[in-house]
Design a protein around this ligand. Structure first.
Ligand SMILES: CC(C)(COP(=O)(O)OP(=O)(O)OC[C@H]1O[C@@H](n2cnc3c(N)ncnc32)[C@H](O)[C@@H]1OP(=O)(O)O)[C@@H](O)C(=O)NCCC(=O)NCCS
Length: 274
């Protein structure tokens, strides 16, 4: 088996491996292409007799890296392929100086990632809108992105401005920013076509107004929120706004924990994006 950088021509086969490994009928292609465009040097495939049998990648946020979209073709799982591919990615990131690496794990990864020194650091819950509740907004929510990058750097503990710009370009006009009467940024939410995230707010009240504004938009399916930590403010808000929890995943960290305000984080862009 050979491990090499993922090329444009590998994306369809890598997406097929992801769908087969996760047993879902979902096209991972657009997500793979976008994540690779953010950090092209950290996306790899494992190839056996010219067929892609594994994929993994990471996003560079400057202060830390986030690994995502790890999958091995079901036909070659449990033979050491995942260990070899993950080690390659992990060693590459450490060689580039990362002292802090994060990821979200499925149940299959629970026994897998601790082997490499990753430690369990929390539970994330994924929510889907069941029945919208009406509320009265108190904050101004609009599309002016100025100062969002600085505000988010403090909350996320890394630079994800390129990600936000990329999501804005993919679905223009769907980055919503909440400001107080003085015009200071208090939070933002990216209303992707299905997932509302990245989504961060300085208080549950701000988060509530952002989520309500996001729900005024159209979606390709029932909108979802992936709450990075199952914190009380986030879960209470989502329940009050008519969402129901439908699955969980675990947050793992290797090395130093990123310096984040996780209590202000209400939604991630995707598991693969941190
Ligand atoms: C998790 C995964 C990447 C591991 O790849 P792999 O090639 O099977 O891994 P290896 O053969 O190198 O190592 C096997 C170890 O992985 C763990 N593991 C793999 N699949 C597992 C599963 N379905 N349930 C529980 N543990 C699993 C076990 O710890 C196993 O160790 P053991 O053989 O001592 O029991 C692969 O199983 C996979 O793609 N799963 C589906 C997609 C997925 O969940 N990806 C992880 C996203 S975070």
């Amino acid at each position: 088996m050979q491990i090499r950088l993922m090329e444009a021509g590998d994306v369809a086969a890598a997406a097929h491996v992801l769908a087969a490994a996760h047993k879902v009928d979902f096209d991972f292609g657009p997500m793979l292409r976008r994540n690779q465009s953010l950090t092209p040097q950290y996306w790899w495939v494992m190839v056996e007799q010219e067929a892609v049998v594994g994929v993994v990648g990471a996003t560079d946020y400057g202060t830390f890296a986030h690994i995502g979209l790890m999958a091995i073709d079901p036909g070659v799982q449990m033979t050491g392929a995942g260990t070899a591919l993950f080690e390659y990615c992990f060693e590459g990131l450490r060689a580039d100086g990362f002292r802090s690496i994060t990821l979200y794990s499925t149940d299959a990864g629970l026994a897998f990632y601790p082997r490499f020194g990753f430690r369990w650091a929390g539970l994330s819950t994924e929510w889907v809108l069941r029945k919208r509740k009406s509320i009265e907004r108190r904050f101004e929510v609009g599309g002016n992105l100025s100062r969002v990058a600085n505000w988010d750097q403090d909350v996320f503990g890394g630079d994800r401005w390129r990600l936000i710009e990329t999501l804005d370009a993919e679905a223009p006009g769907r980055v919503l920013v909440a400001r107080d009467p003085a015009g200071t940024v208090q939070g933002f939410a990216v209303a992707q076509p299905v997932v509302i995230g990245p989504f961060a707010a300085s208080s549950p009240e701000v988060a509530r107004d952002l989520l309500d504004a996001a729900l005024d938009l159209d979606y390709n399916a029932s909108p979802r929120v992936i709450l990075p930590d199952a914190h009380a403010e986030g879960e209470t808000l989502l329940i009050a706004m008519g969402f129901g929890a439908f699955r969980t995943s675990r947050y793992f960290i290797w090395g130093e924990a990123p310096v984040q305000r996780r209590g202000w984080m209400y939604g991630q862009g995707a598991y693969s994006l941190g």
